[in-house]
Design a protein around this ligand. Structure first.
Ligand code: NAD
Ligand code: TDX
Length: 336
């Protein structure tokens, strides 16, 4: 297929979706983006403010709304599907919105793509594969069996299965990518890295779950965006690609880097109750994406990416300030 010229980005006012919209505006001058977003607590119109109006338009709506999809989908060449309920802790407290948006919403989009023969790229997570032991030499590949642990990851796994079924049964032209933990600007303060940075700015002690030895495989959000564009335009229909940038780090090491960068002593944080069912370790083998599509991540120096992210939260307090208090109240109620 020729490169798409008119794309819908669902969840384009969230963290990763909005970074992708910025990336497309900067790197793909021929492409027009329609952002479809419900503006839940995690969506913020400011994330796409200032982008040229002839390149980006915004539709306030729900991906579960098939009538709305009937008006939008026939006008586009491709959908890049980021919209989701994305936070594990929220899914443990209240799973229903995850089932609705992540499973039913993906179904509604797939049906629209089937009806109007539109290319679909589904954004998913490495969490569908469950977790690895700390001393396990292996990493996740496209062939690792699905074994999700949390309500969130089980709904993402379900949505991946729907995509595969719609490819095989109806011939929908879809691809899937499963990415590791993203960091960078515009990430909600409920997530690990922004929570700790903004805690320190607000004079609250950072909070570490369990024994702090859980490992996440960090990737800068810009590298996720470049990988998604490559898969959308050059990936083989029906295929899954894992996205990761060899960024495995324990939570305590990440927290110590944040504390050090922000001039705090290494022990100025609180240990808090562990997350139920907390996955131990994620690790991605992205050989397929690198060898088949030639993807090379650019932001591989984690310390420098982290410093830039800390700087961004320092310079953009008005962006996160209004959600901080409410988020910390939720955590307090959960003992975290
Ligand atoms: P986010 O929570 O920051 O943003 C989600 C966005 O989706 C918000 O703008 C929200 O308003 C919108 N949304 C939610 N429900 C909607 C609905 N029913 N209709 C329309 N819009 C709706 O999430 P994120 O961290 O940017 O994650 C984006 C995607 O990437 C998700 O699919 C997530 O599973 C996946 N992912 C995230 C990570 C990560 O590290 N954050 C890693 C791998 C994959
Ligand atoms: O305050 C905290 N303290 C803490 O120790 C928080 C918020 C988290 N943690 C731990 C839990 C995890 O081991 O830090 C790690 C990262 O936590 P999150 O930021 O909640 O991310 P995670 O649960 O790993 O999931 C993320 O990556 C995969 C995204 O939120 C998902 O959307 C994505 O699919």
């Amino acid at each position: 297929m020729a490169d798409p010229k008119r794309i819908i980005v669902t969840g384009g006012c969230g963290f990763i979706g909005s970074n992708f919209v910025h990336w497309v505006v900067r790197n793909q001058p021929e492409v027009h983006v329609t952002v479809l977003d419900k503006l839940t607590y995690a969506g913020n119109l400011d994330n796409i403010a200032g982008l040229p109006q002839d390149r980006v338009s915004f539709v306030h709506g729900d991906i579960c709304d098939s009538d709305l999809l009937d008006t939008l989908v026939p006008e586009c060449d491709a959908i890049v599907h980021y919209a989701a309920e994305s936070h594990n802790d929220n899914s443990i407290a209240d799973p229903l919105p995850f089932i609705r948006t992540n499973v039913f919403g993906t179904y509604a989009l797939l049906e629209a793509c089937r009806k109007y023969d539109v290319r679909f790229h589904h954004i998913s997570t490495d969490e569908v594969y469950g977790d690895l032991a700390l001393d396990d030499p292996s990493r996740f590949t496209e062939d690792t069996p699905y074994k999700p642990s949390s309500p969130y990851s089980s709904t993402k796994a379900a949505s991946d299965m729907l995509v595969r079924a719609w490819v095989r049964t109806y011939g929908v032209r879809a691809t899937i990518s499963n990415c590791s933990n993203n960091y960078g600007p515009f990430q909600h303060v409920e997530k690990f890295i922004p929570r700790q940075i903004t805690n320190i700015i607000c004079g609250i002690r950072p909070k570490l779950y369990g024994d702090g030895r859980n490992v996440r495989d960090w990737i800068h959000v810009e590298d996720h965006s470049s990988a998604v564009w490559l898969i959308l335009t050059k990936g083989r229909v029906g295929e899954t690609y894992l996205i990761g940038a060899d960024g495995e780090k324990s939570n305590i090491d990440v927290l110590r880097s944040i504390l050090e960068s922000m001039g705090m002593s290494a022990d100025s944080f609180d240990w808090v109750r562990d997350r139920s069912g907390h996955d131990r370790r994620y690790a991605i083998d992205s050989t397929k994406l690198r060898t088949e599509l030639g993807w090379i991540p650019q932001h591989v120096d984690f310390d420098s990416g982290l410093s830039q992210t800390i700087q961004w939260y320092k310079e953009n307090t008005q962006w996160w300030h209004s959600s901080k208090e409410e988020t910390e109240k939720k955590y307090q109620a959960m003992g975290q």
